[in-house]
Design a protein around this ligand. Structure first.
Ligand code: HEC
Ligand code: HEC
Ligand code: HEC
Ligand code: HEC
Ligand code: HEC
Length: 396
């Protein structure tokens, strides 16, 4: 009887998750230890304001950490609540509060608290909520704010061993901040009952396909190194930018992928067969390209155009995951580029008689691929970026 068993296992798993987060809250009060373990499906328990700072808000940290504040405020972490693409996606899902868990992870930020699940045969499963008595409207809009990653139980943790007298607020050394594992729990997102791979699976891609060959951490790529004081009046240190660039930044997309167009002949005569090959290489991403949100997609479009700009031949390849949102959400296709992978995209066609023709090759990135953009709905042009565009003459 596979179906009832599966349901039972799921129910037990959810009960365990709920119990786990309660346990976590209790432990953190008693032992002052768990720190940066982002609990099951990312819950950061309620935090008090540490001594020496005015509030938990990033604005209070800006007073002394202005450079870091400015970097953070331009990142998607700062926009994780106000980002219009996320808001549109959330709206389309029926605004479930459980989406808050990673986009506004701190208990103080949540208007409603998730207190349990009811395992009805629905997708997503039925969640049970209560209003949050500790809700802070100021913190709410700060998304993944400084406190989420640095404050636990009145202490401010960071990557340095700083003598207490050098800092106006309590400081403690956390080796975890330098480890890739620090980023894992938010960057892995599985709906219950998900089949094959979680919805967002960047850590597994990194661990299985990148880490065995290359020691670099998520931080080493996504938080580039800097030199100078980390706070007003502080001493010179080697530290890391809070920039976290990714699919929203065209320069960063160019860093991830290289494109080359190869022809089997310098030029072609009328009626000749042209064999073109476009080579794509994942040169810079420490995980699949694209990664993260499965609605991300890369389209390679090859268009043969005549003198008048008319389409003579066309080929499109889509590089993405396709997921069906059934009762048991399932991955149908995953043809993304693994770290270091080079792949050929051949295009063979007959050059038309008469006139000159050229080939236009475009590599496009979608934050949400066209079908999903229409579903949300969101103007697809605002979700599209041209990574590379190249025109290659084919005739003399
Ligand atoms: C998503 C988690 C995250 C958020 C949000 C975040 N930090 Fe950090 N922060 C880190 C990590 C990780 C490091 C350590 C990087 C390393 O050394 O490898 C760090 C390091 C630091 C340091 C030491 C200097 C440095 O940059 O290495 C300071 C100071 C700091 N953060 C302050 C802030 C302030 C202020 C904010 C908000 C404006 C903030 N952080 C937001 C994760 C975060
Ligand atoms: C009044 C000034 C001031 C304010 C406000 C302030 N900091 Fe600091 N912070 C410092 C100084 C000074 C240091 C030590 C710098 C050094 O020794 O290089 C420091 C160190 C740190 C470190 C490094 C800790 C370590 O051990 O690696 C982190 C992280 C940090 N602050 C985060 C924050 C956050 C988050 C806020 C806001 C909630 C904040 N700070 C508010 C002045 C301030
Ligand atoms: C508390 C949860 C949380 C933690 C911890 C966290 N992230 Fe994120 N991160 C998110 C969320 C949520 C987003 C998406 C925000 C959006 O687009 O609305 C995001 C976005 C990003 C992006 C930008 C993607 C883009 O679209 O441009 C990068 C890069 C990134 N994170 C890297 C990291 C790295 C590296 C670490 C570890 C130092 C880390 N994150 C830690 C939750 C987290
Ligand atoms: C070797 C460098 C490198 C390492 C290591 C690396 N990344 Fe990336 N990452 C990139 C590049 C380049 C991109 C831009 C490509 C893209 O957005 O798809 C990127 C993109 C991203 C994005 C944005 C995805 C999107 O579509 O917006 C996220 C989120 C992310 N990385 C998280 C992580 C996390 C978490 C880790 C560690 C588990 C990590 N990265 C390790 C280089 C790296
Ligand atoms: C386990 C953590 C987690 C939970 C829970 C979560 N997200 Fe996210 N979300 C992320 C991360 C990490 C990213 C960034 C991935 C990337 O850049 O590709 C992200 C990115 C997104 C984006 C893309 C934003 C952009 O900048 O393009 C949308 C839309 C989104 N999430 C919607 C949702 C919705 C709707 C829910 C609830 C059904 C939800 N998320 C729950 C972690 C989470």
């Amino acid at each position: 009887m596979p179906a009832p068993n599966r349901k039972r296992v799921l129910f037990l798993a959810l009960a365990f998750v709920a119990a786990g987060s309660v346990l976590f809250v209790k432990q953190s009060a008693a032992q002052k230890m768990p720190r940066f373990f982002f609990g099951p499906k990312v819950v950061v328990p309620f935090q008090q304001v540490p001594k020496g700072v005015d509030s938990l808000s990033a604005k209070a940290c800006k007073k002394c950490h202005e450079e870091i504040y400015n970097q953070w405020s331009k990142s998607m972490h700062a926009k994780a609540w106000v980002d219009p693409v996320w808001l549109a996606g959330w709206e389309n899902f029926g605004r479930p509060p459980f989406c808050h868990n990673c986009h506004i992870p701190l208990a103080n930020q949540k208007p409603k608290m998730l207190v349990g699940f009811r395992d009805k045969d629905t997708f997503p499963p039925v969640h049970i909520y209560m209003n949050n008595p500790n809700f802070s409207a100021e913190l709410f809009k700060e998304g993944i704010t400084c406190a989420v990653c640095h404050i636990r139980d009145g202490m401010i943790y960071g990557p340095f061993e700083i003598p207490q007298e050098k800092s106006p607020h309590p400081v403690a050394y956390s080796p975890e901040h330098k480890q890739a594992e620090f980023c894992y729990s938010c960057h892995e997102f599985a709906f219950p009952r998900f089949q094959i791979h979680p919805m967002i699976d960047t850590p597994a891609e990194y661990k299985e396909k990148f880490r065995p060959k290359d020691e670099r951490t998520c931080q080493e790529c996504h938080m580039p190194g800097m030199e100078g004081p980390i706070a007003t009046g502080g001493e010179k240190r080697e530290w890391r930018m809070h920039s976290w660039q990714g699919g929203n930044n065209i320069e960063y997309l160019k860093e991830a992928v290289a494109m080359a167009v190869e022809k089997d002949k310098e030029s072609y005569g009328p009626g000749e067969t042209a064999k073109i090959n476009v080579k794509l290489v994942n040169t810079g991403a420490g995980h699949m390209f694209p990664t993260g949100d499965p609605n991300r997609a890369v389209y390679l479009q090859m268009t043969v155009l005549d003198d008048a700009g008319r389409k003579v031949a066309y080929k499109e390849s889509r590089i993405m995951r396709q997921i069906e949102m059934f009762m048991y959400p399932t991955e149908i296709v995953d043809n993304r580029l693994a770290p270091g992978e080079a792949r050929d995209f051949p295009f063979v066609f007959k050059v038309p008689p008469g006139g000159r023709v050229s080939l236009k090759v475009e590599l496009l990135h979608y934050l949400q691929y066209p079908k999903r953009a229409a579903e949300i709905p969101y103007p697809v042009d605002k979700l599209k970026a041209v990574i590379y565009s190249q025109v290659v003459p084919l005739t003399q």
